[in-house]
Structures are given as C-alpha cells and as structure tokens.
Write a protein that binds this ligand. Structure first.
Ligand code: HEC
Length: 127
C-alpha cells in the first residue's frame, strides 16, 4: 500500500470518528433534557407580591384566617401549591391563584418563603 493511500485512509477514519462523536453528542442533547434551573428565591419574591395582600410582604399573614408562609418547609410548600393548582386541595381563592403558575414559578415561590428565617419564641405549656 502506498504512503498516500494510507494517509487517505487515516484521514477517512478521523473524519468518520469526528462525525460519530458529533452524532453521539447531538443525540445525547436530544435524549437528556436540559437540566432545570435551580429554584430562584429572588424570582419567587417578585411573584410573591401577588400573595402579600393575604400572606403578608414577608410571609407573615395579615389575618388570622390566612396561614403564615415564612420559614415553611420547601417540600411542603411545593406540595401544597401543586395540590391547589391541580385542585386536589380545595380553596377557591388559592385554586384560582395557583392554576396559572408554572412549575418553575411554584418552585421559585416555595424557595422564597422557605428562605425567610423565622425565630419562634420559646413555647410555654398552656394550663
Ligand atoms: C385572597 C387571599 C390570598 C391570596 C392573595 C393568596 N393566598 Fe394563599 N392562602 C390563602 C388562604 C385563606 C389559605 C388557606 C387555605 C385553606 O384553608 O386551605 C392559603 C393557603 C396557602 C398555602 C398553604 C399554606 C399551608 O400552610 O398549608 C400556600 C402555600 C399559599 N397559600 C401560597 C400562596 C401564594 C404563593 C400566593 C400568591 C401567588 C397566595 N397564596 C395568595 C389566601 C390567599
């Protein structure tokens, strides 16, 4: 085999391998969905301005009939907002408010309220 033919073959192999790598990478991008962004409490804080009229600007509610959200656990907030959105937890106001929220917005809101630190006073035993 001539030197030129051998060079030609190794060039073909190189091109072939490059094409294969490109296909594998392109395929991986199609198969593996882009990693969802981490929940963003700052974005959640922006959305929470819609909630402040009842839940307070810092997650401490304005009325005894409304639960506080400040310092609540992230997974619990996520579960409740999804339940309101899906209608499995029923409250006409909350169902209406949660329905238009995207999964990302729900995660951001939950991250925001969970990020507020609260300091409970020492509990005293009631008589
Ligand atoms: C008009 C008043 C009002 C507004 C505005 C409002 N909420 Fe609520 N929210 C309530 C009430 C009342 C409840 C209690 C519902 C129940 O009894 O099940 C509640 C419950 C919740 C709960 C469940 C709390 C728990 O301890 O289980 C979450 C989470 C929540 N709201 C988030 C939000 C978010 C996020 C927004 C803004 C997008 C919002 N709320 C806007 C009145 C409101």
């Amino acid at each position: 085999m001539s030197i030129r033919a051998r060079e030609g073959r190794s060039l073909l192999t190189l091109v072939g391998v490059t094409v294969m790598i490109v296909f594998v990478l392109a395929g991986a991008r199609l198969v593996i969905p882009a990693k969802a962004a981490a929940p963003d409490p700052a974005k959640g804080a922006e959305i929470s301005t819609q909630c402040a009229v009842c839940h307070g600007s810092d997650g401490i509610s304005v009325d005894t009939s409304v639960p506080n959200l400040a310092g609540q656990r992230y997974p619990y907030l996520l579960a409740q907002l999804n339940a309101f959105k899906q209608g499995t937890r029923k409250n006409p106001m909350m169902n209406e408010l949660a329905r238009p929220l995207s999964q990302e917005q729900i995660e951001d809101i939950a991250a925001y309220y969970a990020s507020i630190s609260i300091h409970a006073g020492q509990a005293t035993k009631s008589k």
